[in-house]
Ligand binder design. Structure first.
Ligand code: PLP
Length: 381
């Protein structure tokens, strides 16, 4: 059996061929390493792709979230609502800004922020009167957009901004629109393993708000005014490398076809595995970028071991919800707690998912998953 990759970046690299070598060498020979022409070109192409009015590329997905918090003047005494079932960066940036992340539970159906749990959390903060509610950061987990209609309604009722953490969902839509173009701001990551990844770290912020876009351009270069030696606010060094922008332009050219391939692969997994595990549900008004294909299973440890023995790599996103993590457990949660997230953390299992997963390999993975689940059930009975 050949070596099965969880995410196969080599297959994409072979397809990109010489084009990407030339794009990278062009930047190296041009000498324009910082904010060179490829950065501007990529930002223009990402506006066309997402429908957002402004794209501000930056150094990572984490920076993209943090820069928006700086631009929104989030700080001590402010509350920002985040799902607990996510990667640490979503809550980390809130705490780094000096504000308090409030953990909200997720829905069992799509693993995303539960609007009712959010509503209860906002009401709790308002009635306690100690913190000022400022914003909401829904995460599009595994590539599927959160429930923005319901979340926006709660935001509007309390005057809160909404920033989409679309680190995993570049290319995904809700009601035909990219999530990064429907909120006050959207943030994404170009970490190599994300749906649209570069060959290092990178990220971008999307917004339709001219004033926010201007602040972000300043924050990206140490809070510059007329130049970087005129400092009008606090900022960071948040720039995307020109080399990475050149890589991303080549990869963006393949991205629509890759999204189609990811959907086909997810459909095939769903059809083949629905009778042996809980398969992911895609809401009718949404498309997903399928950053991960994630099942819910009982007896997960035995299944992971069984698949490993058959050469099928798997991953667990996420083994511990943030409200139970050492660095975050002192922050508040929604009044009912986060039981759905706690239960998901024990059952989630992600299978190999990337656009270059060929039929033969996927058929092998499916056969092994069915077989291993049948074995563990027999042993349990
Ligand atoms: C990957 C990720 C981030 C952080 O992106 P980096 O580019 O690694 O900094 C933030 N939020 C979520 C949900 C992510 O999956």
């Amino acid at each position: 059996m050949k070596n099965i990759q969880f995410i196969d970046l080599d297959a994409q690299r072979r397809l990109l061929g010489d084009k990407i070598d030339h794009a990278v060498m062009n930047v190296i020979n041009s000498g324009a390493y910082i904010l060179g022409p490829a950065v501007t070109e990529l930002e223009k192409q990402l506006c066309d792709f997402t429908g957002a009015k402004h794209t501000i590329t930056c150094a990572s997905g984490t920076d993209s979230l943090f820069m928006v918090l700086l631009a929104k003047n989030v700080g001590v005494g402010d509350a920002v609502f985040v799902p607990t079932f996510t990667f640490a960066a979503t809550a980390e940036v809130v705490a780094l800004a000096g504000a308090t992340p409030i953990f909200v539970d997720v829905l069992p159906s799509n693993f995303n922020m539960d609007p009712e749990s959010l509503r209860a959390a906002v009401d709790m903060v308002v009635s306690e009167g100690k913190l000022t509610p400022k914003g909401i950061i829904p995460v599009d987990l595994f590539g599927q957009p959160a429930d923005y209609d319901a979340i926006q309604e709660i935001a509007d009722a309390h005057g809160l901004w909404v920033m989409a953490d679309a680190a995993q969902s570049c290319g995904a839509t809700v009601n035909g629109r990219h999530t990064t173009a429907i909120c006050d701001a959207g943030s994404t990551s170009f970490f190599p393993a994300k749906p649209l990844g570069c060959y290092g770290d990178g990220g971008a912020i999307f917004t339709n708000d001219d004033d926010l876009a201007n602040r972000l351009l300043s924050i990206r270069v140490h809070g510059k005014g007329k130049d970087k030696y005129d400092n009008v606010r606090l900022g960071i060094n948040g720039r995307l490398d020109t080399v990475q922008a050149a890589v991303l332009i080549e990869k963006l050219a393949l991205f629509r076809d890759e999204l189609t391939a990811r959907q086909r692969i997810a459909d095939q997994y769903n059809t083949a595995l629905a009778d042996v595990a809980t398969v992911p549900q895609l809401d009718a008004n949404k498309t997903s970028s399928w950053a991960q294909y994630t099942l819910l299973v009982d007896d997960r440890d035995a299944i992971v071991e069984g698949l490993k023995a058959k050469g099928v790599p798997t991953a667990i996103y996420y083994p511990i919800p943030l409200h139970q993590q050492t660095a975050y457990k002192h922050f508040p949660t929604t009044p009912q707690g986060c039981p759905v997230s706690e239960s998901l953390a024990e059952k989630v299992l992600s299978l190999p998912m990337h656009p270059y997963l060929d039929q033969e390999t996927q058929d092998y993975i499916i056969a092994q998953v069915r077989d291993v689940i049948a074995q563990t059930r027999k042993q349990a009975a």
